[in-house]
Each structure stands twice: as structure tokens, then as C-alpha cells.
Design a protein around this ligand. Structure first.
Ligand code: ZN
Length: 350
């Protein structure tokens, strides 16, 4: 076990157990923190480590440069980021309308657009391996895709990366996905409602107060630079969960300047490096960009953030979303966010 994490577990076995309900202000529900359970005996499945010994080019990979995809199209010999329409899209721009249903059920065309973005031509790299200038190219592409898909009239652009086998990623080539929806996805809709409710109750912006609360506390802050604050939130639902928030409210990626992107790349690189280092094996995670819908009616209350939800809670141990999480919607986090933020901070960076 990595030294810093061993320290966390030994801390949690002692007097610093955190066993409490913490309010999630963005999703407006309780999260149960049960840090005394983090080191419990485990006889279930072990998660295998991400394979960091892949080749730089895999002739079977449909994302590697020059290879043919299932659609028959051949990837160009791309040198940096490469974006294309998903060959197996969940949402389509020209989906036929479904047959009419009874008056009880509602149905609508599965309209939308699904894009795939390769971060890099090298099959064996990860987002955390990219240099700052390479990360900036990825972030600028996210900004461009958001603008393009919003201009096409889609209501909401959601960017995410499923990383690692335990998340169920279908291809290890470094890539993310970009979905354009005709409506606002559920998590963002909840956050928009929470921001509105908070404004009505406190006459204050929710996201700015959240950032201030983390700043006042200090214990969970990972990095605080010119433009961005990275922290393990007080109400983390996953061990090592991290939010990266801009200091000034920014609704969408399209509002970020090149300088904002430069600062964000520095923060993301440090956060991803620490997540990979803390367990002594590359972390598996879901990374997502929470940004406002294109036509936000009341824009002042929302602020975008990068959300990283890691799936490994200890070396080889996956956090499963079982009965309480999946059926009840009640998250149990077996880690004290303060202790895990400390463990992340102790990871040396390259
Ligand atoms: Zn590949």
C-alpha cells in the first residue's frame, strides 16, 4: 500500500474517525461519510491495475492513427487531438420519430450528437501523462466543440471521460466523449435548481459560497492558482473525488480565455498526477465537465467545474455503487475527505 494512504488508514483507525451525514449543496441530498469502514476486510473482487504497458500503436485499436474504424472510415495520421462523430452513437442527429405511445407514457426521438475526442495519437498515454501545452490543446478543443454544438442548436453539451476498465471503458486509447443533448441532463438540472433555491433563500450565489467555504476551511484544498481552485469537496461521494472550480463564475467553456485555459491545464495536470500517484497505481475515474446549458435563462447563479469521480478507493479495491447508492440514491463514502485530500497533497509531482 502506498505510504500516504497507509497513513490515512492508520489515522482512521485512531481517534480521527469521521462518521456523519454531510449535506451535498449541489445535489441537495445527504452523503454518509463512514471513514472507519475504509480499511475493512474485503473478500470481493479485486480491480486489476490499469495496464500502463500497452504499445504506443495498436493495429487493432479503432482510435489509433491510420487505422480503419467500424464505419469503414480510416483515421488520419493525426498528431494531436482528433475529433469525430461516434460510429455507435447513443443519440443521432437524424433519428426517426418513435411510434406514438399511450397517453400515460412520454416518448421523444433519441436526438442529439455524440462525438469522440482522441487526446493524443499515442495509444499508451493517459490524460495525466499530457504536458501542460498538450492539455491546453485538449481544453481548447472542448471549448470549440461546446461552441460548435451549441451553435447547431443543441440545448446542452456534456463532456466526459470514462477512464479505466473498472469504469467499463471500451477502448484504452486516451479519449473522451462529447454528447450534445436536446435537453439539460439530470445532474446539471439538479445543480441549476439548487443554485436557484439557494439564491432565493440566501440572496447569494451558491457556487461562490461553496468556493469560499472551502477556502475558509483550507483542509481539502489541493491547488489554488490565479484562475482555479481544486479541492476534495466536504460532501465528497467518492474517495479522492475532486472538483476544479474557476474563481470567477464562468457558465460555459466558451467563456474561458486562453489564459484561463493555461491556468486550468496546470491545475488539471497536478490533480491527475496526484490521483495516479496516491494509490501506487493509475486511478480509474469518470471525469466530466459540468457546464450550463446553451440557453440558460438565469445565468448568474451557475458556474462550471471539472468533476473527477475516482472509482478506486484503495489499491485494487473498487468503489461499487451497490444497493444504497443505486437503489436509494444515498452515497456512502468510506473516506474522510480531509484525510484523503491530505494523502493527495503528499504525492510528489514530476
Ligand atoms: Zn489506440
Amino acid at each position: 500500500m502506498a505510504g500516504s494512504l497507509a497513513k490515512v488508514f492508520s489515522l482512521e483507525k485512531g481517534r480521527s474517525v469521521t462518521w456523519e451525514q454531510r449535506w451535498h449543496p449541489l445535489l441537495e441530498r445527504w452523503v454518509t461519510i463512514t471513514s472507519h469502514r475504509g480499511g475493512r476486510p474485503w473478500q470481493g473482487l479485486s480491480a486489476t491495475a490499469n495496464d500502463d504497458h500497452r504499445p504506443s500503436f495498436d493495429p487493432q485499436c479503432y482510435l489509433c492513427p491510420g487505422n480503419r474504424r467500424i464505419s469503414g472510415e480510416r483515421n488520419p495520421q493525426y498528431a494531436q487531438v482528433y475529433v469525430f462523430d461516434n460510429d455507435h452513437p447513443s443519440l443521432g442527429a437524424t433519428v426517426a420519430p418513435p411510434p406514438p405511445q399511450s397517453t400515460f407514457y412520454r416518448v421523444a426521438p433519441a436526438a442529439g450528437r455524440c462525438r469522440v475526442m482522441c487526446y493524443d495519437p499515442d495509444h499508451q498515454r493517459r490524460l495525466s501523462h499530457l504536458e501542460n501545452n498538450e492539455l491546453e490543446i485538449v481544453l481548447k478543443s472542448w471549448r470549440h466543440e461546446t461552441e460548435m454544438l451549441s451553435d447547431e442548436g443543441w440545448a446542452h453539451v456534456f463532456i466526459f471521460e470514462n477512464n479505466g476498465e473498472v469504469v467499463g471503458v471500451s477502448n484504452p486509447h486516451p479519449h473522451c466523449q462529447i454528447y450534445a443533448f436536446p435537453f439539460v441532463v439530470d445532474t446539471i438540472a439538479r445543480e441549476l435548481r439548487a443554485a436557484k433555491t439557494y439564491r432565493e433563500a440566501h440572496q447569494r450565489p451558491l457556487f461562490q459560497d461553496l468556493i469560499q467555504a472551502e477556502r475558509d476551511d483550507q483542509r481539502r484544498i489541493l491547488i489554488d492558482n490565479e484562475g482555479w481552485l481544486a479541492f476534495v469537496p466536504y460532501f465528497a461521494q467518492f474517495p479522492f473525488e475532486t472538483m476544479i472550480c474557476p474563481h470567477r463564475p464562468v457558465r460555459q467553456l466558451t467563456e474561458l480565455s486562453d489564459l484561463d485555459i493555461q491556468d486550468l491545464a496546470v491545475v488539471m495536470r497536478a490533480v491527475l498526477g496526484r490521483l495516479d500517484g496516491v494509490l501506487g497505481q493509475a486511478q480509474s475515474y469518470i471525469l466530466s465537465v459540468h457546464q450550463a446549458p446553451a440557453a440558460l435563462i438565469d445565468p448568474e447563479d451557475y458556474s462550471l467545474y471539472i468533476h473527477i469521480q475516482p472509482l478506486l478507493r484503495a489499491p485494487g479495491l473498487q468503489k461499487f455503487l451497490a444497493g444504497v447508492e443505486t437503489a436509494a440514491g444515498q452515497f456512502l463514502n468510506d473516506a474522510a475527505p480531509e484525510a484523503h485530500a491530505q494523502a493527495l497533497m503528499e504525492v510528489p509531482l514530476n
